[in-house]
Design a protein around this ligand. Sequence first.
Ligand SMILES: Cc1ncc(COP(=O)(O)O)c(C=O)c1O
Length: 401
Amino acid sequence: MIKDNKLLTARIIDRIEESASFTVLGKAKELEKKGEKVIHLEIGEPDFAPPETAINSLLESLKRGETHYTTAQGIIELRKEIVKYEKWFRGIEITPEQVVITPGAKPMILFALLAAVNQGETVLYPDPGYLSYKSLISFMGAMPVPYRLDKNRNFAIDLDDLKSKIDRKTTCIIINSPSNPTGMIHSREELQEILRIAREHNMLIISDEVYSRIYFDGQKHLSIMNLTEDHSNIILIDAFSKTYAMTGFRLGYGVLPKELVGAVVKLIQNSFSCVPEFIQRAGITALREGEQFIAQMVEAFAERRNRMYEILQQVKGIKVPKPNAAFYFFPEIKVNIESAEYAEYLLNHYRVALLPGEAFGDNGSGHVRISFANSLENLIEAATRIAESIDKLQKERGLKV
Ligand SMILES: Cc1ncc(COP(=O)(O)O)c(C=O)c1O
């Protein structure tokens, strides 16, 4: 819009927030430009190269000339492969007609909301939770309402809080297990209760399961889809981003109730048209041949988690739950400092970049998110610096009561 000869951004842009990880990354990069070495614990992507066979498939596809528009819903070979994978991994029966391929999980979240939620309706989302939920809900014209994850119960869903937030306008709930930022998973009982509540109130469930393959201590993923054969009010979202360290490929998918598929395909046709075929071919190979890759990556993550946890749990001014999935710690900072101020302090004085908890919602305040997608050596060094910084702050400012 141009007003008084000045170009202004449209009001709709005010509904979305800048991603905190990119803001912190920007500050860290400025320090690096001045020649400082920063340890990056703020970024949410695996620091591994994607499976080589997936890269080769992409290159072969390009050489075959698969460089044109392709079907908006996604090539049938990939959708069929996802059907097989879902049967094998989650143990659910779906059809290729229910699968829609998108450039990563994020557009699928937006399109699911656009396809199923009306403007002015209310969508529940977790707090602390992945920061795009609130932005995307607001952006499409619905009302974002956070429900609390309980800090004192390993970030389990506070069901009383959740129930108190439901009214006539509530039509959808987003759940995310394993969770970013907490690294925790929801129990069978919690998921069962979500299913029951959603049915009672005619709500759609969007289940974001992008960390479904990164589990520790031999635990197995449980999807809300596993709890019922009636998937008519559930949208499952997963992606290749975290599972195969393929963040930059931009490849994800939704499993949708049949009634919503056409709507999402229309949105795709009118926006990004399709995911490039060579990317989808890489996805097929990842699904067929990526199990060893996942096992090795998860083993590396597990070792990092264990080593970092050993250091952090000894620090008096931090309360650190041991995450059982994903690649994040979400500890509480128990010294007298706001977590945003602490994140800044740590970057400025100790050259370690992490994210303040309030970036993930009001209920995240007092916490920080530490990503362990970095080398073991860097992580041990960073944990030592965090321990030193907390020690120093504790002496200067005392512990929170
Ligand atoms: C919970 C959650 N959902 C979705 C995404 C987005 O994934 P993608 O890169 O596949 O769009 C992320 C990325 O950080 C995430 O943490």
